[in-house]
Write a protein that binds this ligand. Sequence first.
Ligand code: FES
Length: 134
Amino acid sequence: MGGEGQGSSPHRAAIDSLARRFPAPICRLDHLQDGRFAFDVDDDTYLVVQAAGAVHIVDGLCPHQYFPLEFAHIEDETVLVCPLHGWRFDVTTGVSPDTPQIALRRWPAEIRSGAVFVSEPRLFESDSGLTEKP
Ligand code: FES
């Protein structure tokens, strides 16, 4: 009580600092189902999408009515199509090819040693780490 918790220790600060400098692992490639892997950080949902020979990390919920995009299908190799009302997003840019002012947020991702890494983990700004969706 009243003491410093683990989250505020100097060691934790150093670990956080290191983690923000290097790519952070999200999942193994073989965890992708149908080329997709949804995960949560705090209250936000994200989606790894494998398309056109690369991996992409985008918002996991459709900006229209927040339907989970893990159930979307891919058309034209890189376009994620929300199954609820058909909004479409190019995962290489996040932008809707139909309405360019609408876009998913997007994070740089890469594959290393059979795993998907986010290249800029600080963008998630999470202290609680990554959790796979049930
Ligand atoms: S919720 Fe995705 S298009 Fe409506």
